[in-house]
Design a binder for this molecule. Sequence first.
Ligand code: HEC
Ligand code: HEC
Length: 321
Amino acid sequence: MRKALKILGIILGAIVVIVLLGAATINFSGIPSYDTNPPDLKVEPDSALIAEGKRLATLVCNHCHMGTSGKLDGKHMNDIPPEFGKVWSANITQAANSKLAPYSDGELAFFLRTGIKRDGKYAPPWMPKFPHMSDEDLHSIIAYLRSDARELQPSDKIQPAPEPSFLVKLLCRVAFRPLPYPEASVEAPPITDKVAYGRYLLTSKVECYSCHSADFKTVNIMEPEKSEGYLGGGNTLISPEDGKTEIYSANITMDKETGIGNWTEEDFIKAVRFGQRPDGKPLRQPMSPFSALSDQEVSSIWTYLQTVPPIKNEVQRNWEY
Ligand code: HEC
Ligand code: HEC
């Protein structure tokens, strides 16, 4: 009996040592690196492409990359949940020392789709990935980043490198993996197919679903509908105003009691474009009004939402804040 206990003790001890060694290895080696295989791409900019890229960047890039200078030279991201670590977004202006400067068009497309930077390092979930964005939309962003827009004029500000928490380092080994670069060209569905186009906007172009599902840790980028609690809300976000108050994402499924099943299409457009709820309450950051979306685009999202299975999930709204 005593011998058996002793052996059990040795085995348990060995397991503890292995776990500690594994944890130490993950902690010291940090975020993993991968091979890069950027496409041979040269975006031919024209004024329409640049204009669409600028509009798209205000919808999906600038709220994270806009610094206090009014240029896209990065900032401390105080609305990242502290469990993920301390994070600064990168300077992506046209300064020679910016993070964007060394990127070719192909490397940028590869990074934005897969999450693998040009040096091979993987960008943790605080920098979104766009595997399903159409080639045309992706090219518009690249064309815009090369344009002479005022917010892209050189700024030599250098932002500190992010300090990922142990949790992020661990999840980057087991859950958050680079996404495959598409093998064929990616096209958006036609605007006239409102359900498909609304889905495209919500899952692939503007990515409403990642904030609006249950948790960033269980978002499924390749198959968005498989994200836990898809569009049922409750994801914990932090108010960028004070960097600490928790604001939970709303349930935007058509459940009549806990979602937006009693709203009209007009109510929805007003909330999404101008941040006004039907009861008059203003929506708070980090839900920024998407005023650059057209009524027609928001109407497609509304049409698509009618096809999403409703989820009963009462989200604590914290209105007193
Ligand atoms: C939710 C916030 C967020 C959004 C939205 C976002 N970024 Fe980022 N981005 C970051 C953060 C944070 C980093 C720093 C990542 C790191 O070093 O791990 C970063 C890094 C980068 C880099 C530097 C990569 C490198 O090699 O270091 C580029 C380029 C970039 N982003 C471009 C974009 C573009 C283009 C868009 C819009 C399509 C965008 N980002 C949207 C947060 C964001
Ligand atoms: C950065 C995360 C984030 C993104 C991206 C985002 N939302 Fe939100 N959204 C929120 C949060 C948080 C709230 C709750 C705000 C509050 O309680 O004041 C919210 C609230 C809403 C509401 C109000 C619902 C209600 O019951 O009050 C609607 C509608 C909505 N979002 C739709 C969208 C759509 C459509 C998109 C994409 C175009 C989108 N959201 C993108 C975080 C986000």
